[in-house]
Unconditional design. Structure first.
Length: 225
């Protein structure tokens, strides 16, 4: 068994394990057509990560609430049925997650994405069995609205200790969740979020690619990845 630097690793999904932007863009365009919203679609890359209602509100801050709700409903209908399946694991993910699991690392998923599309993405790519637990806002009642609250559920359920747990993500909410619970944090700089630009002392390392995270977890020196 490989030597591990961390016993537990919590992964974010969008921008850390999978590139979900193509499916999100496709579902947004479908929702705009279905809801009759004839507005420009701004670049979405920097908006991926928060819950979809927050993302859409940031896209069109002046759109009246009723029309925004219509877009949101159409988005969820399309994304949950087909848009989510356009998400593709980043290079190295499909190989690394089983390897980390088989090395004895306990893997968890913590995402702002609802449970249904999350489970579909994991099943579609054969990744569900890699995770001991999958935490989404609607996986608990009442649903959590901040990631650190979802992380708290994982801590309670699985006895996660700060010194042996790493959180990997691309967003500032991932960094905040790690800071709240005292986890080590590695930023997925290849993702969408702004954690890559954070100078927080809580950030232990920065990953330019997913294989870097794998080697980091295993206690290697991934300087060339």
């Amino acid at each position: 068994m490989a030597t591990r630097a961390f016993e537990n690793v919590i992964f974010d999904l969008d921008g850390t394990l999978v590139d979900s932007l193509p499916g999100i863009e496709a579902s947004t365009r479908h929702a705009m057509r279905a809801a009759g919203v004839d507005l420009p679609l701004p670049p979405m890359r920097d908006l991926v990560g928060p819950p979809i209602a927050t993302m859409l509100a940031r896209l069109w801050p002046d759109l009246e609430p009723s029309r925004l709700d219509h877009v949101l409903r159409e988005f969820r209908r399309h994304y949950d049925s087909e848009g989510c399946l356009a998400a593709e694991p980043y290079p190295g993910v499909a190989e690394a997650l089983p390897a980390l699991r088989d090395a004895g690392t306990r893997l968890f998923l913590l995402t702002n994405k609802p449970l249904m599309p999350t489970q579909k993405i994991l099943a579609h790519h054969g990744l569900r069995g890699c995770f001991l637990d999958v935490m989404t806002p609607d996986a608990v009642q009442p649903p959590f609205t901040q990631k650190h609250a979802g992380a708290a559920v994982l801590v309670q359920r699985h006895g996660l200790q700060a010194g042996s747990t790493l959180l990997a993500g691309d967003g500032m909410d991932d960094l905040e969740a790690a800071a709240v619970h005292g986890f080590a944090f590695i930023s997925a700089d290849y993702g969408y979020g702004s954690a890559a630009r954070s100078g927080s002392p809580k950030k232990l390392a920065s990953a330019k690619s997913f294989p870097y995270i794998r080697e980091f977890v295993l206690g290697n020196q991934p300087s060339k990845l």
